[in-house]
Design a protein around this ligand. Sequence first.
Ligand code: F6R
Length: 605
Amino acid sequence: MCGIIAYIGDKKASPILVDGLKKLEYRGYDSWGLATVDSGKINFVKSVGRIGQNLEMTNLVGTIGMGHTRWATHGGVTDQNAHPHLDCEGKIAVIHNGIIENFAKLKEQLINEGHKFRSETDTEVLSHLIEKYYEGNLKEAVRRALLCVDGTYGIVVISSKEPDRIVAARHGSPLVVGVGEGENYFASDATALMPYTKKVVFIEENEIVEITKDGFYTITIDDKKVDSKIHEIDWEADLAEKKGFNHFMLKEIFEQPKIMENAFAGRIIPSEGIAHLGGLNLTTEELLKVKRIIFIACGTALHAGLVGKYMIEECASIPCEAECASELRYKRILLDKDTLVFVISQSGETADTIAAMREIQRKGIKVLGISNVVGSTIARETDGGVFVHAGPEIGVASTKAFLAQITVLAILALEFGRVRNLSFMEGKEIASEIKKIPEKIKKILEQNDKIKNLAEKYRDYKNFLYLGRRFNYPLALEGALKMKEISYVHAEGYSAGEMKHGAIAMIDEKFPCVFVAPKDSVYDKTISNMQEIKARSGKIIAVTTEDNYEIEKYVDDVIYIPETLEMLEPLLTVIPIQLLAYHMAEIKGLDVDKPRNLAKSVTVE
Ligand code: F6R
């Protein structure tokens, strides 16, 4: 969603701000803005559209400044509603991520007190509130203003009255301090700071931080001093570059063999047939006590949870559920102490997932996290958990993070399975096969051109039905999500067996189906479903196991994948469905990495 970057030092701020905003573009935005302080005044620019579309616009003087990308919530997509928002005198400027829930009441009060508003946004109340409380100390004015506010925020504030400092505060929207030599930064996402520093301070909930070029100072909203710790980020800067690929999404799809190795490194021992996820902090006794597991997530991460459900039920015979966070947070949650809850989130900042996590923690139940972003809210607020080590995922459509999530879930299934029903030989087979998957993924990636040709062949179809059974049912859901979110082609995911109970009515020669159908225990059943589609003149693309040539009798097109254990099939079937969606969008000339209306991390409800 919205992005924030700020700089204070001796260099010209605007190029650094523009570069930072470009690194945050992937989060999704509809307008942008910059502000600097120089010679006792605030210079600013704000505009609808792409950052730096007009270079002159971004060429602001000053060595202190901040930049913002906006994803509209309150007020339309207009230049005026873009951030920064200034106070009446134009001496205080604010950028903001989040939502000020009581803004209407505050705005009315401020207007009655004589403040002049220029936008329809909730954010603008902050600049006027800070103006109201300003008595010569910007940090204190920010603190007093925030005491009046309900809602969520990550804000950064500059003032021409204090041109040697920048103030930021966090409540619900992530912010980090980037610590440099004679210069310091703020950003909503550490990715934006990668070229400049690897040292960051994760600002905690309800903290206010002031940076100067030589240091930082943290207090709580109740004005208590905090000793913030500096963390080193180990992500390589080049992970955030395209490296010759046309899009980040394609680069991230091709990175997956390596990403998978990172996700299982040090976590499985094939010779002993065991797995261990250290971050869970669970003893064997605690693993044995678990009677039910719930995965909570949204979107692609929810599909990963559904794969995890099938894997754990298969290996460990523990009943599992995968629940959508936005539903779970508002229902009566029936939990007991033997239930283990996991939240799965690439960004670690998804508002619905965080709210569901907090709701469960409120009931005294432990929640563990499976997340990608170190220092994210979910990584910090869960009671333990594991990182999937996928590195920065820039394409809005999640690909490598999904693969890393289901790798971790396969390891989790093995860990639970080995303290329960799985034999030594079964454990050995699963662990050894996990290690072989990256090479098998490489073989599928070699078929990229073939999949591109398929996308070309099907480019004019307006609807697709994705079908799969058991372990590949979640992959049918994920395939349909990938297709619709980046190519804007309508697609639905269904369990292949369920299709005949309704969805089949849509099938005709213009409504193709993608079957995720490796040669496994449910393959014969899936062949029957293919025949049902063929009987209605539906076209079929099948993803199946190599050497299974007999399938060509039933389908129009086939993508072959190497053979693997049934429970690990999703680690391979996901690759062709990602590539098919990518090429469909690419052929249509769409903005693959930044699909319309979407944001990389959805920090609003
Ligand atoms: C789809 C996609 C979204 C996210 C969802 C959850 O490609 O990326 O559906 O999976 O918004 O995001 P995280 O995993 O960051 O919680």
